[in-house]
Design a protein around this ligand. Structure first.
Ligand code: HEM
Length: 468
């Protein structure tokens, strides 16, 4: 008879006593990449905590879609420590009901309704840049992303200072999340530096949302199309009871956590990759020029650039927990077993993505029909699939298109791209060398289709742009 988890091979690099904990804490990115072995399932021993990682695409797919056998795991336990457990962070029926309620705010129609705001913000970002070397555009990219996302969530009701405060709060949570996910519960609960700063940032966020809720209730204006309005209108459960203010604050924090760093980090990496591989940027310039004359056209190459970026630069770990005893790749796991997979390891596996470290937006493995399911899932799949995939792609594609219509991208001489470790590794800086593209030819194209220069194309700071 099989012992539970007993026949599962250990991931490489296990040490006596602490197992893989030192390697996972010291070099999390390198460590989780190294868990990709020939074995379909490997056990990572983090002190007293066992984490079983799937290496087979089919198993990864199962972990994602089989909501009856697997629920959210340690990652969300960590989030709950900061945000509580609003319905979107649950499993099963309450989660599904909340998703149904939120979905319309992120469907294709709603995303289309944001097109003008995205175009204006993206033009503001591209127009704020100057020719020559830019040592680091990372903060500007993060500001652009935050402006777009917060507009989708709250409409135009936030000041620039409030936007920056929210960005900082989410960043602090992200910093603390990975270590907490990897540590056994007793160690994870120990006080760590920065906790007070995080707590007061969370308090500020909660009172900001409480103020906005009170304001909308006072004006009885919860009939708009942003996510806050959808949450205020939402009935949950069989009794249709409204969400409490605390639940709404939690929902918004989860959404912001899921939205901000993922989107701005992906966009930052896309710029780094395009600038490092100028040939991959040429089709983007051509597409941006085409889109300037055919507004209904879709940015298909920009989307491939973003997909390839998400393949190369993925989160290092997603977790789930077994709801009952299950067998996974021939290994018997007990109820409560912590399981997961590394998108980074999977997306850089040469067996499914040949020449995995090269940046190639035309690679066939980005197409869903190509390769085994589970080998490329940048937005996940199943009950917890990203609710805002269309919105996130629209935010990022709008920026790439606006930038490519104005600037030719390269890396400045001696620029060094350094990856900083976190749950989604990010470039420490995003240095660019910008050369203006044929601006006059764009103006000619506009004139040809009878469009005067758009007022929103004028230089304006991002904070001003999103308010419109
Ligand atoms: C490049 C940008 C993004 C990427 C790569 C991304 C990726 C993902 C992935 C992989 C998941 C599934 C996680 C899991 O299986 O545990 C997910 C879930 C989620 N994402 Fe995104 N996301 C992005 C942007 C956004 C944005 C902009 C929002 C909101 C405005 C958002 C909201 C969510 C939410 C709420 C969930 C949880 C869904 C649920 O459990 O029902 N994401 N995302």
């Amino acid at each position: 008879m099989k012992t539970e988890g007993g026949n599962c091979p250990d991931a490489p690099g296990r040490r006596l006593l602490l197992g893989h904990l030192p390697a996972a804490m010291l070099d999390p990115v390198g460590f989780f990449e190294s868990t990709r072995t020939a074995d379909p399932l490997v056990r990572v021993r983090l002190g007293s905590l066992n984490l079983y990682l799937a290496n087979e695409p089919e198993t990864v797919h199962r972990l994602q879609i089989d909501g009856e056998a697997f629920e959210r795991g340690r990652f969300f336990d960590q989030l709950a420590g900061h945000f509580g457990r609003p319905p979107i962070a649950l499993d099963g029926a309450p989660h599904a009901a909340q998703r149904r309620m939120l979905k319309p705010a992120f469907n294709k129609g709603s995303v289309l309704s944001h097109s003008e705001m995205l175009r204006r913000n993206a033009a503001g970002l591209a127009e704020s840049w100057r020719a020559g070397p830019m040592p680091d555009v990372k903060q500007q990219v993060a500001d652009y992303t935050a402006s777009c996302v917060l507009h989708g969530l709250f409409g135009g009701d936030l000041s620039q200072g409030e936007i920056h405060d929210i960005q900082r709060t989410i960043h602090l949570v992200a910093l603390r999340l990975l270590p907490g996910t990897l540590l056994p519960a007793a160690l994870g609960a120990l006080p760590v530096p920065g906790k007070r700063e995080l707590n007061s940032a969370l308090l500020r966020f909660r009172s900001l949302v409480a103020r906005m809720i009170a304001e909308r209730e006072r004006q009885q204006s919860a009939a708009g199309h942003d996510v806050l309005d959808a949450l205020l209108r939402a009935g949950v459960g069989d009794d249709g009871a409204r969400l409490s203010p605390a639940e709404i604050q939690g929902e918004l924090l989860i959404l912001l956590f899921a939205a901000l760093e993922t989107t701005s980090t992906t966009l930052s990496w896309a710029l780094v990759e395009l600038a490092s591989h100028p040939r991959t940027a040429h089709p983007l310039y051509a597409e941006a020029d085409r889109l300037a004359t055919q507004r209904a056209a879709q940015p298909s190459y920009a989307r491939r650039v973003l997909q390839e970026t998400m393949r190369l630069h993925s989160p290092i770990l997603f977790t789930r927990r077994a709801r009952h005893a299950v067998e996974l790749d021939g290994v018997r796991l007990p109820a409560g077993a912590e399981v997961g997979y590394s998108p980074r390891a999977m997306h850089r596996n040469a067996a499914f993505h040949p020449d995995p470290l090269s940046f190639d937006p035309y690679r066939p493995s980005l197409d869903s029909a190509h390769g085994p399911r589970g080998a490329f899932i940048p937005f996940g799949i199943g009950p917890h699939r990203c609710i805002a995939e269309h919105f996130a792609m629209a935010v990022m594609a709008a920026a790439l298109t606006a930038i490519a219509s104005r600037w030719e991208l390269a890396l400045p001489a001696n620029a060094e791209i350094v990856e900083s470790p976190s749950s989604l590794p990010e470039p420490k800086t995003v240095p660019l060398l910008l050369t203006p593209r044929r601006r006059e030819s764009l103006e000619n194209q506009r004139a040809a289709r009878g469009l005067a220069a758009q007022p929103e194309d004028a230089h304006q700071p991002i904070g001003a742009a999103w308010r419109g």
